[in-house]
Design a protein around this ligand. Sequence first.
Ligand SMILES: [Zn+2]
Length: 347
Amino acid sequence: MTDLKTLVDLIKQKKKVTFFQGAGISTGAGIPDFRSPKTGLYSNLKKLNLPYAEAVFDIDYFRKNPKAFYTLAEELYPGKFNPTDFHYFIRILQDKGLLQRVYTQNIDTLERIAGVKDEFIIEAHGSFSANHCIECKHEMTISEIKRIMGDKKIPKCGKCKGLVKPDIVFFGEALPVKLFDTWEKDCDEVEIGIVAGTSLTVYPFASLPSELGQNVTRVLVNNEKVGDFDDDDLIFIDNCDSFARKVCRELGWEDLLSGLKKSGKVELGDEIEKITEEMKDVLSDVPSEKGNTKQEDKVEDKVEDKVGKVDKVADPTKPDTIKQEESESKSEVKEPSLLDKLKNLSL
Ligand SMILES: [Zn+2]
């Protein structure tokens, strides 16, 4: 039996998948690999005159010279890149109730953009998905930090004037507590562990796959053999996207994959931001005194229209009635709907 057949059979038996992934799953999206000497990010940093390449992610250097990081952040900021086939493969597993967790070293949030829910994602090195003051921890919204960055200014805290940065883990900073807490719970629960697109050189992340028990099916998808993978494991020396397509084809998920890819072209974040602004406008139209029923009705219609739009953007692949049954087996934890979030935001 080929490794592909073995893996596909396990997924058909409803074994859940846990991912351990790195930059190699995002290179297909056009995001440069941090450590590749020629095409890598670090070698593009020469123009910033850094004392050494990694300084751009060093918290002490950032305090003295935040401009270097922000120059790079602008290049990397989410919204400029679309998820890859591999990211959408993860999304499909989630929708089928077959995803256990995604441990990622990437800060690009492409898993989120592909529609993988927060409860499944452990961003071991943080991400751009939230921003805080490095002194008092006060949060800054994504739209605010984007506006400041767009003006080529350095984001400063509204409370204490400290530097604000995305929650990316810099050298000299502790890894998220959530990583260790979740791993403690997950470690013995893993059924299939897929290590993808990582050279497994950055610790402690690199040690996670070797902590898996004997009965776990370990899978490596990478352009070379890494870590302690051997004949007992399933090894795919392959491009991550090509691997994802092969697995999807074997499982009959090709249409799902191409559908998600097509809908993913919408720049989700920007679209939601736009609709949020529109909602605010509509809500500010609400008459302050009672008595104007006609206007109230009009506002209600407008809100309903926006809500429809929000739902569509939030989940462009919303299961239709035929797929409804499947979606019932999805995780029981329910996130507050986008509308609830918007309501909290606006009122
Ligand atoms: Zn502050």
